[in-house]
Design a protein around this ligand. Sequence first.
Ligand SMILES: NC(=O)c1ccc[n+]([C@@H]2O[C@H](COP(=O)([O-])OP(=O)(O)OC[C@H]3O[C@@H](n4cnc5c(N)ncnc54)[C@H](O)[C@@H]3O)[C@@H](O)[C@H]2O)c1
Length: 322
Amino acid sequence: MADKIKIALVGAGMMANRVHYPSLVEFEDVELVGLCDIVEEKLHQTADKFGIERRFTDYKRMIEETDPQAIYVLMPPYQLFDIVVHSLDCKLHVFIEKPPAVTLDQIRQLAHRAEDNLCLTMVGFNRRFIPLLRKCRDMVFEHAGSPHQVVSTFYKWHDPPRPYYNGAVDILTSDAIHAVDAMRWMAAAEVKDLAAVVRNHGQRLALSWNALCHFENDCVGVVLANWRTGARTHQFEMHADGISVFCNPDYDAIIHRDGAERVEVITTQEAAGSDQNYKYYGFWGENRHFVDSIKNHQEPETCFSDAVKTMELVDRILHSSL
Ligand SMILES: NC(=O)c1ccc[n+]([C@@H]2O[C@H](COP(=O)([O-])OP(=O)(O)OC[C@H]3O[C@@H](n4cnc5c(N)ncnc54)[C@H](O)[C@@H]3O)[C@@H](O)[C@H]2O)c1
């Protein structure tokens, strides 16, 4: 196919192998021109698995020799920055995982650099691409316009309660950020006022983050994230006049309409048309969105400048604790 998008890949780690490369190899309009990892064993195992011929341990050489249009940089947040800056300076469109950076200032700088270099960018806030959650959001908007109340919860049992990456980045920024980003997206507006409580649960790092937010469109949003609970559960609510949605994208969504007793139930597999986690949990969809955005010359929904707003909200939660 003449118009294949040429993509180079940095990182042969967990997310690359489990969700991103399995998605990309399914796209007929994509050519994976090279893979780079500094650990040779992982490089060759991953390249063999996804049929990638050209292999590198130096990402600058890979960019020079394969001449891609876009690049995936999939690695922990504290290892990202220099590679992303170089890629943007090479005028490549860039996909990265969440979080987009270790600090708010870093993602602001990356967003400016992308703008200066006319690059399209995307952060893997995959919750927005979960087929079930997207369907629920569309149903609310179709029924009553934007929601007037949203709730985003994310719970884990993180034991022992160690910092992530030896403390290179806090857990809200690194992981619970999904709940913050999803709340912004469900509310379809930016936060005007907020009150937050961040707690340590007697440990030497923050382990729960709770915020009540008033959005510019008058929607009220609640984010409840806690890493000292029973187990991982991640759920979302959207309410608007005459409609309420309770969505657990690992299982299903329950939709209530106009006070009726009968409820509608949609499973996550039904909504995705697949029982594969990388499809029903939004990874396939976000990768498709990135490729389509490049083809259509459009900024992806979760571009760096949008991620700045999520990181701003994360910062406000961390610094506004009551
Ligand atoms: N969206 C989600 O639900 C979700 C879930 C888990 C993790 N993540 C995010 O995914 C990101 C990646 O996490 P992971 O667990 O896949 O990482 P990982 O540690 O498994 O993989 C990173 C890879 O990058 C390689 N690497 C490091 N520096 C390099 C360099 N300079 N050049 C080439 N290769 C280099 C490492 O050798 C490793 O193979 C993290 O930011 C994490 O927060 C997202």
